[in-house]
Design a protein around this ligand. Structure first.
Ligand SMILES: [Zn+2]
Ligand SMILES: [Zn+2]
Length: 456
């Protein structure tokens, strides 16, 4: 993705782990070592937190300085036939930060004189932000997805305008101008059973609605205003060679999609961009996942090869609700993509029984069971079956590209996956690793990683 920022180093920076927001650099596995990189680690909260606060204030102040608010206000006003509007002065305030920004975006409220409110969504820029070309592509895909959703009866914010980062953009930074929906982000963990059931009942209706819009390719909507499916807007599926962006897809078959995405992960492990702490384990795990692709693809065996829009981050806080738990909107469609029905209509991850799931149990949780029954009650047995039979799909998706720093979490997930496909049932990782080293002993990538380790 990027080259290491350490003076004159030409090695590829490690993705995610190598992104340091404190010194704003991308580092390779060698220069991430303490001898070269001395920023505090997040585990050391006393040292890390104040430094992170400072870095965030610096980042946001820099972003705010770039934004030309009069130009944004005049654009918004023009789009509403000259209706005057105002934008409150922007400044970084730690106390209100969570109301104006998410992990990747910063939001500015636009208030019209007649009481209508819009907001402008802008990308944050720090060491964890994707490179510019990918930021532009995902913004364009988000707009295309929201434009598509406007054609459905799913409650989503209307998009009025957008501009990418370029010299002619008078606002100074890329933005999406959209409707501000009423309601607050749902907090699933504090909702009671009745409230949850009410939300799930409405969520089931959105599944039924999305089922009416099949696509014939796997990828992301990429052209605002038409239903074209282009490459995946996803950082983990994007490669950069010599600073040139190489996106992945679209694909017409699920098997091609799985094989290509796992091939990229294996290549990134070999290049030291992923799993630099545990390359051999990571390689063996993903190599095993490649062998599972035929079973995963046959899960979705269908003659018509149709795919459906899937929200990429359905933890629960993407749902806005009013005080009575009526859904007022579904937001944050960044990274959305099409998926086979077994994935698109599987239970949202917010409904997973987290502890049991990570412990390897393959039975459905209470919320998932309720959700499946609600779908059955609406006469949608097929959709309900995607939920009833969804565990293997959840496990496979979680195991691809999982953060192995959470090794115990991973072992539970992986055990559950092997139980679900009935491979090496009950075998622990150490034994499993020996078998895998033997099974893939002629794999070129594995041989390279092992020889590199011997030379270290
Ligand atoms: Zn640093
Ligand atoms: Zn380096």
């Amino acid at each position: 993705m990027r080259t290491c920022d350490f003076a004159s180093c030409q090695k590829p920076a490690v993705r995610t782990l190598g992104d340091c927001v404190l010194c704003n650099r991308h580092l390779c596995s060698h220069h991430l070592q303490h001898a070269f990189h001395t920023c505090p680690k997040w585990e050391d909260a006393d040292a890390y937190d104040p430094a992170a606060r400072e870095a965030e204030a610096r980042e946001l102040t820099e972003l705010i300085d770039k934004i030309n608010t009069p130009a944004l206000a005049s654009r918004a006003s023009h789009l509403r036939g000259g209706m005057p509007c105002s934008i409150p002065p922007l400044f970084y305030d730690r106390a209100t930060r969570s109301s104006v920004m998410g992990g990747m975006n910063y939001h500015i409220e636009v208030c019209f004189d007649d009481g209508v409110k819009w907001f402008a969504r802008m990308r944050r820029f720090n060491a964890t932000s994707p490179p510019a070309a990918l930021r532009d592509y995902t913004m364009q895909c988000e707009v295309a997805t929201l434009k598509f959703l406007e054609e459905t009866n799913i409650p989503t914010p209307k998009v009025f305008d957008f501009a990418l980062d370029h010299a002619g953009n008078t606002v100074g930074v890329g933005y999406i101008l959209m409707e501000k929906l009423p309601g607050k982000s749902l907090r699933w963990s504090i909702a009671n059973q009745d409230q949850r059931r009410k939300v799930m009942n409405q969520l089931a209706n959105t599944f039924i609605e999305l089922r009416k819009y099949p696509f014939n390719l796997l990828g992301s909507l990429d052209r605002p205003g038409d239903f074209h499916i282009g490459a995946f807007a996803r950082e983990s599926l994007t490669d950069f060679t010599q600073a040139e962006m190489r996106t992945m897809g679209p694909f017409s078959s699920l098997e091609d999609y799985h094989k290509s995405s796992l091939r990229l992960i294996l290549d990134l492990i070999i290049r030291g961009e992923l799993y630099s702490q545990q390359p051999v384990d990571a390689y063996l795990i993903h190599r095993f996942l490649v062998d599972l692709v035929p079973s995963m693809s046959s899960l979705s065996a269908q003659d018509d090869q149709q795919y459906y829009l899937k929200h990429a981050d359905d933890k629960g806080d993407h749902i806005l609700v009013d005080e009575d738990f009526n859904i007022t909107g579904i937001i944050d469609w960044e990274w959305a993509h099409t998926a086979p029905p077994t994935h698109a209509f599987n239970s949202p991850i917010g409904l997973l029984p987290v502890a049991d799931f990570y412990n390897g149990a393959n039975s459905l949780g209470d919320d998932e069971t309720t959700f499946a029954r609600l779908l059955e009650g609406k006469g949608c047995q097929e959709l309900a079956d995607f939920v009833w039979n969804g565990r293997l799909q959840h496990r496979f998706t979680f195991c691809c590209d999982y953060d192995l720093a959470d090794w115990n979490g991973f072992l539970g997930l992986f055990q559950g996956l092997r139980d679900a496909v009935k491979v090496d049932h009950g075998v622990g990782w150490d034994d499993r690793r020996i078998t895998a080293l033997h099974r893939y002993k002629e794999d070129d990538g594995l041989l390279l990683l092992l020889s590199r380790r011997r030379n270290d």
